[in-house]
Design a protein around this ligand. Structure first.
Ligand SMILES: Cc1cc2nc3c(=O)[nH]c(=O)nc-3n(C[C@H](O)[C@H](O)[C@H](O)COP(=O)(O)OP(=O)(O)OC[C@H]3O[C@@H](n4cnc5c(N)ncnc54)[C@H](O)[C@@H]3O)c2cc1C
Length: 469
């Protein structure tokens, strides 16, 4: 990117759920110096800058209407990998897919992954993503040994839990608003087999669902629930729990085989025939209240028998990647996700109220996912000693305003119950709810760091303007 100009770079970008749109000047840096040059251009033109990884955030985290967006997908080299220690150094645009496929055949797995493998390491650090093992392994930031970042001031910083610790704990979770990660060193986790042992069992209501997550998480490495949010009454909160554990040495008779990539990658066809790439088209007609209720009821009934099975790491973690472009099934208005995090003591009452409200208003979520969490010490943390519930909602021209109002009502319920939100998911979080869950002291601390790293306020996104205004 020498002699950078804005000409021919104006592109309309969307969020993952295709419910938001924002045109921006998009550049694709290939190295750290390109990022510095983009900052200089932004300063000269009076524009703001947002980093973008794979654009898999559900909301406006990597959108910057009218500003510059730095698409880091071409800074995607794995710089070094040591299979003796499990230490990997990579550029920020490396996806989780590229990472796990590089290390898994040698008996390693990323310690924390998101529910899709298409996210980048930079995006994962900026959001501080959690996996289905959050209760045990914390967020991804806890496995970062060191990172370097380019600040808008032009300076380069290297941070670890011991070096520039204040920046370490704030840039991870900092939504790319303090600086841009340029190199990331992570510790991977050893695995003895390419398979996990998964226990699947039904939960008949919300109480049973949350009790299972709470009581059984300590006995497993991963735990996650599917929640049918289309059913109320005595079935409110019903669903299915999947709990998984690593296989110990000797439990897999042929680990060399199960660790092979060909036994991990998700099949491109269903039953070897039907191409998965068009499945979303057939999902479309069911994406309404009645259709989803029928599908969920069928899924719940088939989930009633308890069973245990073995599944590849990729299949267990990246279930959502099984159906490419599934989000398009939501139609032209797209979808938004609302994820709330609640302390274990208040979760059941708050979510009973919240799920009931969505049913009464005729706006049920079509997909609900629960997880067990523990707190962490990153500045803009979303975690609690409790649970999270992620709910996907279909957006249409007809329901947009009503949905927005309902999600703000959800915020009030969650805040009253001592809950928190996840900045890269929720689309309706306001400055008031942000102060409500982060607290004025944390926000003041973040703003102080922002002033230090970005004195001219170059780094801004639509999300930043929305929640930190
Ligand atoms: C299907 C699906 C499943 C998901 N499952 C989970 C899950 O299980 N757990 C979870 O925690 N999240 C989950 N997410 C959310 C997702 O992991 C986060 O939104 C993640 O940040 C997306 O990464 P990305 O590379 O696409 O980043 P983007 O969406 O492009 O950007 C996200 C944020 O990171 C910033 N950023 C990107 N690159 C850099 C960089 N190099 N330096 C500084 N800032 C940067 C952006 O400015 C933005 O603020 C899921 C998302 C999807 C679509």
């Amino acid at each position: 990117m020498t002699t950078l100009t804005l000409q021919n770079h104006f592109v309309s970008l969307e969020n993952f759920g295709h419910s938001l749109r924002a045109p921006a000047y998009v550049f694709k840096p290939k190295c750290d110096e390109d990022i510095a040059e983009a900052f200089r251009l932004a300063e000269k033109m009076g524009l703001t800058v947002t980093a973008r990884g794979a654009g898999r955030s559900y909301n406006d985290a990597s959108l910057n209407g009218g500003g510059i967006v730095l698409d880091l997908s071409e800074m995607n080299r794995i710089v070094s990998w040591d299979p003796q220690t499990g230490r990997v150094t990579a550029e920020p645009g490396v996806t989780l897919q590229k990472l796990w496929q590089h290390i898994e055949p040698e008996g390693w797995w990323p310690p924390v992954v998101s529910g899709t493998m298409l996210t980048t390491l930079g995006g994962c650090l900026a959001a501080n993503v959690h996996g289905k093992n959050n209760f045990k392994m914390g967020p991804i930031g806890e496995h970062v040994i060191e990172f370097t970042a380019r600040l808008p001031s032009g300076a380069q910083v290297t941070c670890s839990p011991k070096k520039n610790a204040d920046l370490f704990y704030s840039m991870i979770s900092g939504l790319g608003m303090l600086g841009i990660f340029t190199s990331i060193t992570l510790q991977m986790k050893p695995i003895q087999s390419g398979l996990l042992e998964v226990s699947a069992r039904p939960s008949h209501d919300l109480h049973e669902h949350l009790t299972d997550l709470l009581d059984n998480a300590p006995n497993y490495d991963y735990i996650v629930g599917w929640l049918d949010a289309t059913t109320g009454g005595r079935g409110l909160g019903r669903g299915q729990i999947h709990a998984a554990r690593y296989l110990h040495e000797g439990e897999d008779p042929n680990p060399q085989k199960t660790l092979q990539l060909k036994n991990q990658v998700l099949p491109a066809r269903i039953m070897g025939v039907f191409p998965k790439s068009i499945v979303y088209v057939f999902m479309g007609p069911f994406m309404n209240n009645l259709g989803t209720w029928a599908v969920n009821t069928g899924k719940y009934i088939t989930s009633l028998p308890r069973h245990t099975f073995r599944q590849s790491h990729a299949a267990f973690h990246f279930l959502l990647d099984y159906i490419p472009n599934w989000e398009l099934a939501y139609g032209r208005g797209g979808l938004i996700e609302y994820q709330s995090f609640l302390p274990k003591e208040t979760a059941e009452a708050a979510w009973t109220e919240l799920l009931g409200l969505s049913l009464r208003r005729g706006l049920p979520s079509y997909l609900g996912v629960t997880k067990r969490h523990r707190p962490d010490k990153f500045l803009l943390s979303h975690a609690v000693d409790g649970f999270s519930l992620a709910l996907d909602f279909k957006v249409t021209n007809g329901n947009r305003a009503k949905l927005s109002q309902m999600l703000q009502d959800f915020d009030r319920i969650v805040l009253q119950a001592g809950g928190r939100f996840y900045f890269v998911k929720n689309s309706e979080t306001t400055p008031e709810s942000t102060v409500g869950f982060l607290g004025a002291k944390t926000l003041a601390e973040f703003k102080k760091l922002k002033k230090r790293c970005d004195p001219d306020g170059l780094l801004e996104s639509n999300l930043y303007r929305r929640v930190f205004a």
